[in-house]
Design a binder for this molecule. Sequence first.
Ligand SMILES: [Zn+2]
Length: 284
Amino acid sequence: MIPCPICNHPKTKLKFQLKFNVHECANCGFQFCPDATFNKSLVSDLNEETREKALINLRKENFQHIIASIKKTKEIKSKGLEVGPGYGWFLEVCRDHGISCLGIEPETRFNEHYQKEGLQVKNGFFPQDLQEESDFDFIAYNDVMEHLPNLNGIMEANYDLLNPEGLLIVNLPQQDGLIYFISKMAYRFGIKSLMDRMWQFNFHSPHLSYFTKSTLIKLAKDNHFEAIESFPLKTINVSEISDRIDQDNQQGTLAKMITKIGVLLLFPFLQIFPDTRCFIFRKK
Ligand SMILES: [Zn+2]
């Protein structure tokens, strides 16, 4: 048995049998996948890129909200770091606000775009490829931390790289959200495709962990950060869920129909139980 990476409780149980197995801590409820890894050799498929690009306006809107939150506590000249900037949209929003922010990204396929937009990004892995950097005013993870192994090592590096009172910004999908709840229901009906989608097991960079609000706050606290703010962000849409249910080959029409009706009935509650949340922590 694998101990919980968050609370160290020795008892964890197999929760979902998907493309990779998902385990859940019996004590704190943290869910994690010890077997999946970042596949460096695999280039993202076209679907993934199209899907990502369709999200640009939504993501940038979320980033405006995050930057407003940084500005509340930090001066505009803040020096920031974003781990895993991907297409660089957060860095673009920082640039537009006059905030200097460096990115560290293992994938090289975005480099041309970075150059064109005048974004400063190092190719490499966090934190081992950032040896000569320090004194950041904030470090941001935009849908990235759930992809990273060795969470405690990551949090130690955040602490070391930040200035006193530096901000740690983490937004990620959370178990408390409505779509995750729907996916759990669908899983019970034998429809695994939604849960596979939640964990991104069909993508080259799968999720390795699924936090709840309290497990993320505990991880931060254990690493000497205090939570100062959290707010919901916008997330995937109803048509994508519907497509995923359709694509599930394991299930018959009836199960699919019941699941879809469930989705439609629950969807109005999405505002109350958002799937993605942004947390702002301050180094103590
Ligand atoms: Zn635990």
